[in-house]
Write a protein that binds this ligand. Structure first.
Ligand code: HEC
Length: 287
């Protein structure tokens, strides 16, 4: 007897493979770094403009004292899909930015400093890494432009469960590991556990690998005065700045997801049209 492909059997096999995987993915929520709800998560998520504006405020008032954001230009803050501040406000902000732009050479062949314009990058306070290290006790505050893409969260699961977790992440479209990490880093400053040996000048942090970080706790309740009524809590600051840095690392996310869906819709319609066309053309032929 000829063996036939059985959809029912294939379904059962797929269910046996997938369901435990998904169940494990859901159950093993006990990670060191828990996942946060983000407006921009999943296949359809988009950035929340108000949150990006608050996140930028946190960056400007706190993080920019040590960290640059050099892959983002001031004009990016005006563009759709981002914080979308009014252009005039950003122009004024650029002109007042404490870290001036080195330009030149001028008529005398000298380099000179001038205030930033819309097209200039958002610079950190230090001219170079050496100056940053000298000011920060030997530690280098990294540029934050791509930080949300450069970090991820580790899964603490046995190797044989890992593929299922990965599959679950793919099905959910999970790519917010960087934001989850930054949130955990901002909220992870704690007293070290008894007996933990701390190096002088370092701070205990539950999220940072090795748990000793050279960054002093940057945020605490009330540190940044929000204008839109959002409670001025560490938790909100941490979410907002992590969302803002996620945008900075991927400024075209909104547009990309929107176009993705439009393309899928287009392909579905085209498939239908081609199918109808095919039936029409072949209907004249007897078979
Ligand atoms: C007083 C200076 C200072 C301020 C203010 C500051 N940082 Fe840092 N930050 C540092 C230093 C120094 C490091 C490097 C730490 C190390 O390597 O141990 C660092 C590292 C980091 C890292 C990288 C951690 C890693 O995994 O390597 C992130 C992310 C970060 N900071 C985010 C922020 C954010 C967000 C803010 C604002 C809310 C902020 N920082 C404010 C000094 C600062």
């Amino acid at each position: 007897m000829k063996k036939r492909f059985s959809p029912a059997l294939a379904g059962i096999v797929a269910a046996l493979v997938l369901v435990p995987g998904l169940a494990i993915a859901e159950e093993s929520g006990h990670h060191e770094i828990p996942r946060q709800p983000w407006s921009f998560s999943g296949f359809t998520g988009q950035f929340d403009k108000a949150q990006l504006q608050r996140g930028f405020q946190v960056y400007k008032e706190v993080c920019s004292n040590c960290h640059g954001l050099k892959r983002i230009a001031f004009r990016n803050l005006v563009q759709p899909g981002g914080p979308q501040f009014p252009e005039a406000a950003v122009k004024a902000l650029a002109a007042e930015w404490p870290n001036k732009i080195t330009d030149g050479p001028n008529d005398q062949g000298k380099m000179f400093e001038r205030p930033a314009r819309l097209s200039d990058p958002i610079l950190g306070p230090y001219k170079n890494d050496e100056e940053a290290r000298a000011a920060q006790n030997g530690a280098l505050p990294p540029d934050l432009s791509l930080m949300a893409r450069a970090r991820d969260v580790e899964r603490e699961s046995p190797w044989y469960i890992h593929p299922f977790l990965m599959l679950g992440d793919i099905l959910k479209g999970y790519q917010e590991g960087g934001a989850d990490y930054i949130y955990a880093l901002m909220t992870g400053f704690k007293d070290p556990p008894a007996g933990f040996h701390m190096v002088d000048g370092k701070f205990y942090n539950t999220a940072f690998p090795g748990h000793q970080i050279s960054m002093p706790p940057p945020l605490s309740d009330g540190a940044v005065p929000y204008q839109d009524g959002t409670p001025q809590k560490l938790d909100n600051y941490a979410h907002d700045v992590a969302a803002f840095l996620s945008w900075a690392a991927d400024p075209s996310l909104d547009q990309r997801k929107r176009i993705g869906w439009q393309v899928i819709l287009y392909l579905i319609v085209t498939t239908g049209l081609l199918y109808i066309g095919k039936r029409r053309i072949w209907s004249a032929i007897k078979h």
